[in-house]
Ligand binder design. Structure first.
Ligand code: 3H9
Length: 703
């Protein structure tokens, strides 16, 4: 077996070399190797300095995230090694390239000097995993970079480029060349000039330029986000770096890190870190499948969705041709895109020249012939089967051989649309989420006949668009909207039974949802929500329950289209939702029509359970039917596309924490209490089986 760390002599320099692909993460073997290599350096008195260098694409990108789940994980051996490195009587240099992150940057900070090549980035992104730097980063970084910057880096997880790191005092020099040569030359110069060690732990963390009450304010800000306890813990550690001797600060950090490591928040975020990367991997698809080129894109439909999709591509530097049915619609669509870009420019997020570049990548046409040269064409017309099938048929005829044809449908049968093109192997579903240029999720719908290279090409393309792509099989609503249907169904029943929209929304938001279901529907448009239900009814896909989602349909009939019409579940003062007594009247009338008893005892606990358990149950069905490959895919869809709180790790991860047995029991209770004539409270076979066996989604694998 290749050892991840080696030690060699280069003249007067000891070279400690890490080689643990892909990102030189600090596995147990790497830490052991580091300790042995440092022992070898210490044993050789002939050497004048030590250089720490990494092979491959990057300096150490952090602790091995997969190792944090082990109940006996301990950062102590690594931290002791870092203390020994720092205590070395001979200078120790880190040569940085790639991304020196987390435990990797902490290794560099324990070294006496840091040299970086241009293009290097440094950061402490532990907060994104619900953690804090646990190898003395919270103590050394404020001493080197000052309190304000260190706190900001740790709380945001943002990276600094080499120049910024130099200005901040995190690296000592930035030099052209390869990291090994640059590092060796630097170490040589230290030996030649007889420069001794310089230890960060002996420095004083600078409070220069900080307003009085800096830490109080930092703490108040951190407490505004109670879902992320690492934010507060980081403040406590930085405070310790300022107020306490290094050894005591170390103690504070160790306790805080351990507490966070074991927290559900961090476990959820770690789960998502791997789920996001797993989602890109398609079981059974050969790694070396030849990809199709996507250098130009066409979009049919320049509405909100089509425009947002076009912007996603233009943002990635890919030219887009927008096709509309009328001059007016096309002009409106392009004007909307320009407006979005101008708004970004006004906020300073886009430079004027970038705005011009992006607009120059967009062209419009009324003629499908303009799409003939495109490598990928996405239809983004209204969610209407007949219309979409017609557009797909036209695309099948006009697109060049080898072009990919995609549908942005959010609910319709991708196999039927693929058949309409006459070339189903070229067809895939690309379900963007509104606003398409902002939302990270891209649901990739794999049709029965989608060619493997088409699937592989769009998965790769998603990376260029900076989206998280998750593959779904074909079913009503795919992964996300199918689960949303169960969630929205219960939200409506709760309203009919007597809950108020603001109560439902605040319970969902207290759980961490970015927006409760009523506000979400009002924002998306009641017409959009109602039409989906109406279309599904036409296709015979609704449960035989006459009260099924009657509320959204009634609001639509009444012209209460949500925020855009000034009333929906709420009434609106501008964009501000206000309680609306009229909504209660509508709910009372519908409840009476459908024989639904009104109650005054609906509490937040019931709301959360009734929204979440059917959602989880639908997720389980999606897994057992093979619509999603893995539980993590379901979680990613809800976190990246539906505002599900990442600190809960996604709905299925959350279900594991609640306990599947509890969920099955509660569903049975609701089935008795609310009736189960339409199977709403029937748990899926998978859920029942896992619960009976005391198992979790996280360990479930398809057969
Ligand atoms: C920490 O350091 C705690 C310390 O303070 C205290 C304890 C010592 N561990 O993202 P990519 C894998 S916490 C394990 O696709 P890119 C990743 O799963 C850590 N595995 O590449 C993937 O595997 P696969 C602080 C890791 O080029 C492969 O590497 N550090 C780790 O787009 C490629 O990853 C972080 O949070 C890891 N630390 O981006 C940094 N990192 O091929 C987390 C990556 O099997 N990492 N992998 O799917 C990143 O931000 C990005 O991976 C990076 C490269 C920017 C490095």
């Amino acid at each position: 077996m290749n050892t991840p760390v080696t030690f060699e002599r280069r003249g007067r320099i000891g070279l400690l070399r890490i080689n643990n692909p892909p990102v030189n993460a600090l596995s147990l073997a790497t830490v052991t190797g580091l300790i042995e290599a440092f022992d070898a350096f210490e044993a050789d008195a002939s050497l004048g300095a030590l250089l720490v260098h990494c092979d491959g694409r990057t300096f150490v990108a952090g602790g091995d995230i997969s190792s944090f789940d082990a109940h006996d994980f301990s950062a102590a051996p690594y931290n002791t090694l870092l203390a020994r490195l720092e205590a070395s009587a001979r200078p120790v240099v880190a040569a940085l390239h790639g991304t020196a992150l987390g435990g990797g940057l902490e290794l560099a900070l324990a070294c006496h000097y840091r040299v970086a090549v241009p293009g290097t980035r440094v950061g402490v992104p532990e907060v994104k995993l619900g953690l804090l730097p646990g190898s003395l980063g919270t103590q050394r970084l404020p001493r080197l970079a000052g309190v304000a910057l260190a706190l900001d880096m740790m709380q945001s997880g943002r990276m600094l480029d080499a120049r910024q790191a130099l200005e901040a005092g995190i690296v000592d020099t930035v030099r052209e060349g390869d990291a090994l040569s640059v590092g060796l030359a630097y170490a040589e110069s230290l030996v030649g000039d007889e420069v001794g060690p310089r230890r960060a732990s002996l420095m004083q963390a600078s409070m220069a330029g900080l307003a009085p009450g800096f830490f109080d304010k930092a703490m108040l800000d951190a407490r505004k986000k109670p879902g992320y306890p690492a934010l507060e813990a980081i403040v406590r550690c930085v405070q310790a770096a300022v107020r306490l001797p290094f050894a005591q600060g170390e103690q504070v950090e160790a306790e805080e890190f351990e507490h966070l490591r074991q927290s559900t928040t961090s476990r959820g975020l770690r789960h998502l870190f791997f789920a996001e990367r797993q989602a890109a991997k398609i079981p059974g698809l050969a790694q070396d499948v030849a990809l199709r080129t996507v250098a130009s894109v066409g979009v049919v439909g320049a509405g909100t969705m089509g425009g947002g999709i076009a912007m996603s591509f233009a943002n990635a530097g890919i030219p887009v041709t927008l096709v509309e049915a009328s001059e007016e619609a096309l002009k409106r669509g392009l004007a909307l895109v320009r407006k979005h870009y101008e708004a970004s420019a006004a906020k300073g997020k886009l430079k004027p020249e970038q705005l011009a570049q992006r607009m120059a990548l967009l062209s419009g046409s009324l003629d499908y012939a303009a799409l003939a040269g495109c490598d990928l064409v996405i239809e983004a017309v209204f969610e209407d089967m007949d219309l979409k099938a017609q557009v797909c048929a036209r695309l099948g005829a006009v697109c060049k051989p080898g072009a990919i044809i995609a549908t942005n449908t959010s609910t319709l049968d991708v196999n039927a649309l693929a058949a309409a093109t006459g070339r189903p192997a070229d067809v895939v579903g690309l379900h963007f989420f509104s606003p398409a240029h902002v939302m990270r999720l891209l649901e990739v719908v794999r049709g029965e006949k989608t060619a493997p290279e088409v699937l592989a090409t769009v998965m790769k393309l998603a990376g260029r668009l900076k989206k998280v792509a998750v593959v779904s099989g074909v079913c009503y609503g795919f992964i996300g909207n199918r689960m949303a249907e169960a969630y929205l169904r219960e939200a409506e029943f709760l309203l009919l039974e007597g809950a108020e929209p603001q109560q439902i929304d605040s319970a969902a938001e207290a759980l961490g949802m970015a927006m409760g279901p009523c506000r979400m529907l009002d924002m998306a448009g009641i017409d959009v929500g109602a039409k989906t239900v109406i279309e599904r009814a036409k296709a015979g896909g609704l449960p035989a329950d006459p009260s099924y989602r009657v509320l959204v349909r009634r609001l639509f009939e009444l012209g209460r289209l949500g925020q855009k019409s000034g009333a929906g579940y709420y009434r609106y003062d501008g964009r501000k939702p206000l309680p609306d007594p009229e909504l209660r009247n509508i709910c009372e009338a519908l409840a009476a029509e459908h024989g639904i008893a009104r109650r005054s005892d609906i509490n937040d606990g019931e709301i959360v359970e009734r929204l979440m358990y059917p959602l989880v149950n639908e997720g389980a069905r999606i897994l057992e039917e093979g619509i999603a490959y893995r539980p993590g895919d379901v979680d990613m869809v809800w976190v990246a596309g539906y505002g599900f709180p990442d600190f809960r790790g996604g709905p299925l991860f959350m279900a594991d924490q609640i306990g599947l047995e509890t969920i099955v029991e509660r569903m049975a209770d609701y089935g008795i209490g609310r009736g189960n004539a339409f199977g709403y409270w029937t748990p899926s076979e998978l859920l029942v089986r896992l619960a009976a066996e005391g198992k979790h989604f996280s360990t479930w694998r398809p057969h």
